[in-house]
Design a protein. Structure first.
Length: 300
């Protein structure tokens, strides 16, 4: 059978199924609503039937959310492929951040620079990662993000620090400012309130803090008890998403309380979850390094 014909039949089956659910639920609601409003009881409907229907409805609603999200997320539909900006002299990409204006910030393993791409995938700027105050001593950025002020921030795992690029430095090309001291800073992100999020791999923590205009740390807070935290990003509704080395992906609330892990909630087994992000609809997207797959987990 031709693939196009199979695809058309699946589309028709999906639309018929969703339409049937819509018609049946709407008809039941129209009949049940006036009866329940005028009667004191539930007729012959038992408590067990109500509970069973409610549980089945949760499953159906969850399945419908999955269908809706997967319609937006097209599997294996590659839009664009960008070559490693550091060429063959360095290893693969280690960090990536997509800015609101469409530009993309990229760090590569063992490469002392941050590359900035435009929407077309062309390198428009490259920020050398050097300490100008120490005779231009190079450092290796692990991950990259943008601060609330729109400046690049990276983790420097080798030197145990975070660095923020200061465009207004006394040096004409700007300079990297060291922020704090950490055991092994790996992933970096920004939460909904604009605070920096930094994973500390060895200590099993995620550090959260704000920066003032002088790049001084304000209101530091830490979440502990993680097992090899790698990458971090802002979660839906102001929370935090963290991936763990060869483990799970955990979600925390805006008050840094543990909510759930994606593995437990969706019954999913990761190989080695790496990069994480959340889209505008609140879905969480995870790159599984070992399984070489990208997974989308719906907000529901």
């Amino acid at each position: 059978m031709d693939y196009t014909l199979e695809d058309t039949q699946r589309k028709e089956k999906l639309l018929r199924t969703v339409y049937t659910l819509h018609i049946k639920s709407d008809a039941t609601f129209q009949k049940a609503s006036p009866l329940l409003s005028s009667h004191h009881g539930l007729g012959m409907v038992t408590e067990h039937q109500v509970h069973e229907l409610a549980e089945k409805a949760k499953v159906i609603c969850h399945d419908l959310d999955n269908i809706r999200n997967h319609l937006f997320y097209r599997q294996n539909d590659l839009i664009q492929q960008i070559p490693n900006p550091s060429g063959r002299h360095y290893r693969g990409v280690s960090g990536i951040h997509c800015a609101l204006d469409g530009s993309v910030y990229v760090t590569c393993e063992s490469a002392p620079r941050v590359h900035i791409f435009n929407r077309s995938g062309q390198v428009v700027q490259s920020l050398p990662c050097v300490e100008l105050r120490k005779k231009e001593l190079a450092f290796l950025p692990e991950d990259v993000t943008l601060t609330r002020a729109g400046t690049a921030a990276v983790t420097d795992m080798v030197n145990g620090t975070v660095r923020v690029f200061n465009h207004h430095s006394k040096f004409s090309k700007g300079e990297w400012v060291k922020i704090g001291q950490f055991c092994s800073p790996r992933g970096i992100g920004v939460d909904a309130s604009g605070k920096l999020l930094v994973t500390d791999y060895t200590e099993g923590k995620v550090h959260s803090f704000a920066l003032d205009h002088a790049f001084k740390v304000q209101g530091p807070h830490s979440v502990s008890g993680l097992c090899g935290p790698r990458y971090v990003c802002a979660a839906p509704e102001g929370g935090v998403v963290v991936s763990e080395e060869c483990g799970d992906v955990k979600l925390f609330s805006s008050s840094h309380k543990f909510l759930f892990s994606l593995g437990d909630k969706f019954g999913h087994t990761f190989g080695n979850p790496a990069g994480v992000c959340a889209d505008r609809e609140g879905n969480v997207i995870v790159a599984d390094e070992q399984h070489r797959k990208i997974h989308l987990f719906p907000r529901s």
